[in-house]
Design a protein around this ligand. Structure first.
Ligand code: SAM
Length: 344
């Protein structure tokens, strides 16, 4: 019985809603699920783990998402922005350390106009023609996304957060809409970006049915990258008293994603590493094949506080990439120096 459901998912890449519900609501299948996900990941990607240098270049944000520590109304957040020169210095350091993908992530900061974003992207593109440039700067118009693409960005991460409209509205203020979020994702695809989406696991009010809707939405979108991590409470948000998501549920979903989207680049996220000291290694063993250590300058790293206790040193710091290499190797995989393109 145990193997039947997991085998079916491995073979067919899909299950019915009620089968998914069964799989997600018990730990009974976990062992078989992780083994199956690892098998599928090795068949497609071998033991390769792709590293992305994450540059968190601004924590100013005009949005007010109820779960997020850098939301506009968090007056306790100490705000910072990196200059173009700072960002280029991060890339220089990252390139020397073996990074071939740079991920520029930030709050939705109006200071970074399209012109400024394009200037930064073109400078990175010119200096590192062999690298992938990923942006993760939120919801913009299609025209803006086109400009960044022309400037040399080729990947974009924008989690849909939750595919259920009613649930989306409980996590965000009225000025943010699920329709807009989703339409941004389709616009990015149309332009030709490699697109990443995803969701938080265990966000307040989330049900198993919501998670199944997330999986169905991802099937429609068919993204190249899927980033998931546990929701983790931040004390200075309206959700200060809510419970965080769990390691177990996140790992289960990583494995399910690997089986439903064998081609996907799946990061073992910082949030996973934050809720458990070996969270990232466990994520890799459950089917993830990407890690995104932090390349931001160390003096600002602690300020990009999306949630409480966010890790930013040790193997999380890009500068400790050798430590990361050892940890990945001990988990049974291998960090590669490669931009790591999707294998459809
Ligand atoms: N502003 C951009 C955007 O909205 O896509 C990028 C930055 S945003 C802070 C990056 C991601 O952080 C979000 O997509 C969200 O899933 C995650 N995040 C925010 N608050 C979180 C929390 N409390 N726990 C876990 N993840 C969180």
């Amino acid at each position: 019985m145990e193997y039947t459901l997991v085998n079916k998912l491995e073979k067919e890449g899909d299950l019915s809603d009620s089968e998914l519900k069964t799989l997600l609501e018990t730990d009974e299948y976990d062992k078989a699920l992780f083994e199956s996900a690892d098998r599928v990941r090795r068949a497609r990607y071998g033991d390769a783990v792709y590293i992305r240098g994450l540059i968190e270049f601004t924590n100013y944000c005009k949005n007010n998402c109820y779960y997020c520590g850098i939301r506009r109304d968090n007056r306790c957040a100490e705000r910072y922005r990196l200059t173009k020169e700072h960002i280029l210095a991060c890339c220089r350091e990252g390139y020397a350390l073996g990074f071939r993908t740079f991920v520029l992530q930030g709050g939705e900061d109006p200071y970074f106009t399209d012109e400024r974003v394009c200037e930064i992207v073109s400078a990175i593109r010119e200096a590192y023609p062999d690298c992938a440039i990923t942006l993760s700067i939120g919801e913009k118009s299609k025209e803006s996304y086109e400009k960044y693409f022309k400037a040399g960005a080729n990947r974009y991460l924008l989690r849909h957060e939750t595919a259920n409209d009613a649930h989306y509205r409980t996590l965000h203020p009225a000025e943010l809409s699920p329709e807009e979020r989703k339409s941004c994702l389709y616009a990015l695809k149309e332009i030709g970006y490699q697109v990443g989406s995803g969701f938080m696991v265990g966000s307040p009010g989330q049900t198993t049915e919501n998670l199944i809707e997330d999986l169905r939405f991802l099937q429609k979108l068919s993204p190249d990258m899927i980033g998931i991590g546990p929701y983790i409470t931040h004390a200075q948000t309206p959700f200060a008293n809510e419970k965080s998501g769990t390691l177990e549920m996140t790992l289960r979903l990583v494995a399910v994603l690997r089986l439903m989207f064998p081609w996907a680049l799946l990061p073992s996220t910082t949030a996973l590493g934050t809720i458990h000291p070996e969270g990232r290694e466990l994520g890799l063993k459950a089917g993830a094949n990407v890690v995104m250590p932090n390349l931001s300058p160390s003096d600002v790293r602690a300020l990009y506080t999306l949630y409480d206790n966010k890790i930013h040193s040790g193997a999380e710091a890009a500068q400790s990439v050798n430590d990361l290499r050892t940890r990945v190797q001990n988990a049974g995989y291998r960090v590669v120096v490669d931009a790591g393109h999707v294998k459809r």
